[in-house]
Ligand binder design. Structure first.
Ligand code: URA
Ligand code: SF4
Length: 247
């Protein structure tokens, strides 16, 4: 069944907004398109984002001042990779190097991510079935690399949601607790979310989501590399079982 988790629902309520996107955590791979509430865009947050194409969306992010993270940023970090990618990876927020370069995952964690992707036959510069699109939940760097606050996530999330809609990926891999909790609308731990496919409904489309550890965490916990590899293999299986979507 479809639900919006209570924490997010409370947050939205406080902001005077309705639910924006809904999550259905189902046993692995429920049939696409079954159940799921239509996604409502609250009037107060309807900045026309759900009607934007890629270029307008990127320009809008570049000029966005919807949350306090706009103040200290050098660059917004929109996303990287082919807009025809059938794989999507989602991280948390830009760090210092990403803020300077305007591209996600270009620091130390990014280099690890690139080698994980290469091992899986994927890459941010690849085309065709090997192409991945990489984006973060929030597009501006939080000061001192703190986690994004819930209201920053809420303000920024419509951009990510539109990126998911435009990309219509066959599979999404979310990396780390902040991304997993934001995308799936849950408080659950990474450990409990790993190992099976979740599904999110975005504007009527049902997209499988695989949860894994964040590469920055892996740098400190190299023993968990095998788990990330298992998660990438699961994502590959889900990918292979999912029909390409018409764009
Ligand atoms: N960590 C993230 O979550 N995203 C980046 O872009 C860089 C580091
Ligand atoms: Fe806008 Fe997102 Fe940057 Fe906040 S983090 S200013 S919502 S683009």
């Amino acid at each position: 069944m479809t639900s919006l988790d209570p924490r997010r629902a409370r947050l939205w309520e406080r902001l005077g907004l309705g639910p924006v996107w809904t999550e259905r955590s189902a046993p692995a791979l429920a049939p696409a398109g079954s159940a799921g509430l239509p996604v409502e865009v609250p009037v107060a947050l309807d900045r026309g984002i759900d009607r934007m194409g890629w270029d307008e969306l990127e320009r809008t992010v570049a000029g966005c001042t919807a949350c306090g993270l706009c103040k200290a940023r050098t660059n917004t970090v929109f996303g990287v990779g082919s807009r025809d990618s059938q794989w999507m990876l989602i991280g948390e927020a830009p760090g210092a190097e990403e803020d300077l370069r305007g591209e996600p995952f270009v620091g130390q964690a990014g280099r690890l991510l690139d080698s994980i992707l290469a091992a899986a036959g994927l890459g941010r510069a690849a085309t065709g079935a090997s192409a991945v699109y990489i984006a973060n939940v929030v597009k501006c760097r939080p000061p001192a690399n703190r986690n994004p606050e819930p209201d920053e996530v809420v303000r920024c999330e419509p951009f990510l949601r539109r990126q998911i809609m435009l990309l219509a990926p066959r599979v999404i891999v979310v990396m780390g607790r902040v991304a997993a909790q934001a995308v799936l609308g849950t408080d659950a731990s990474i450990a409990s979310l790993r190992g099976h496919a979740h599904r999110i409904d975005v504007a009527g489309a049902s997209v499988p989501v695989i949860v894994t550890y964040h590469p920055a965490y892996l740098l400190r916990n190299l023993a968990d590399k095998a788990k990330v590899w298992a998660d990438m293999c699961l994502a590959r299986e889900v990918f292979d079982r999912t029909q390409p979507r018409a764009h």
